[in-house]
Design a protein around this ligand. Structure first.
Ligand code: ATP
Ligand code: MN
Length: 273
């Protein structure tokens, strides 16, 4: 693989003195395990040309620059995606730090297959309560005989990801995720809220199922975050929930935390009944 990296010494994470070349090395090392989760999915990326201290932008459409990527039309809108490790690194060369994906693949755009529940805690909520809530939501999924997977967000919370067979349409998929969220909120109204308004959060966790909508995105497994600390949205094992904080795994320490906890992910063919 050959890819030219410009400005390798540019500082991307100022506090940790992490340079562009370090970001490239991270994605180079992780690309093989990351690729199955991002390839052939429409992307939105966060680019920070001058590092995270500078202006960053959320990008959903390709530009006519040197972008190495696959282009895709959805109606009048042009989107992009990657198919290879080289294209992941091409994104990184263009300043991409975060990779966000759709819940479906381009081969099957109308049949989503990756459901995400994002648990967003109120700022003052202790981590123990957040972890307890993660397990409560898992128990709802368990009761429905749905196998689910856990990742850190690399920021403030955790994400629970549920793989599905690409069989139903968006309406069913989104509707089902909403029913699950409402079920959890109904069971534990003092813990969860499905109301997006910050004012409704007071001491609760916003259970965000809205990312399961057509055109919405969620940060991909193994993506870096464009935030201080260089956190990673890292797949972890359920039994590690009590010992791994949402922003604990970073570009500096991720090697210690790599597990095979998600190895079954693509073997699971769950259906929405
Ligand atoms: P945390 O644990 O800190 O909440 P997170 O990944 O769950 O991390 P955000 O980064 O705030 O939370 O998630 C933003 C969500 O909104 C993602 O699903 C992302 O794909 C989507 N999104 C839509 N538009 C934007 C935008 N302009 N900038 C950033 N994210 C956007
Ligand atoms: Mn979140």
């Amino acid at each position: 693989m050959k890819i030219e990296i410009t400005n390798p010494e540019k500082i991307i994470y100022p506090k940790q003195k992490i340079k562009k070349i370090d970001v490239v090395k991270y994605y180079y090392e992780i690309a093989d395990v990351m690729l199955p989760f991002v390839k052939n999915r429409l992307l939105a990326v966060i680019r920070c040309h001058g590092g995270i201290g500078d202006e960053c932008f959320f990008k959903k459409h390709p530009t006519n620059d040197a972008d190495v990527c696959q282009r895709f039309f959805d109606g009048d809108e042009e989107y992009f995606f990657v198919k290879t490790k080289q294209e992941i690194l091409g994104q990184v060369q263009m300043g991409t730090l975060e990779f966000h994906t759709w819940a479906s693949n381009v081969e099957n755009l109308e049949k989503p297959n990756m459901m995400v529940f994002d648990l967003d805690p109120d700022e003052k909520l202790p981590l123990s309560k957040l972890r307890d809530a993660v397990l409560k939501l898992k128990s709802v999924l368990d009761d429905l005989s749905l196998q689910s997977f856990l990742k850190t967000s690399g920021g403030k919370g955790y994400h629970i990801v549920v793989p599905f067979k690409a069989c139903g349409g968006w309406e069913n998929f989104y509707g089902f995720s909403k029913q699950i969220a409402l079920l959890a909120e109904g069971k534990w109204p003092n813990i969860f809220t499905t109301n997006i308004k910050k004012s409704a959060r007071g001491g609760k966790i916003f259970l965000d199922y809205l990312r399961n909508n057509r055109g919405s995105t969620c940060v991909a497994p193994y993506s870096l975050r464009a935030r201080d600390g260089g956190g990673i949205s890292m797949p972890i094992a359920w039994q590690d929930l009590p010992r791994i904080k949402p922003n604990e795994i970073t570009i500096k320490n991720y090697q210690k935390f790599q597990t095979n906890a998600w190895q079954d992910f693509f073997n699971i063919k769950q259906k929405i009944k």
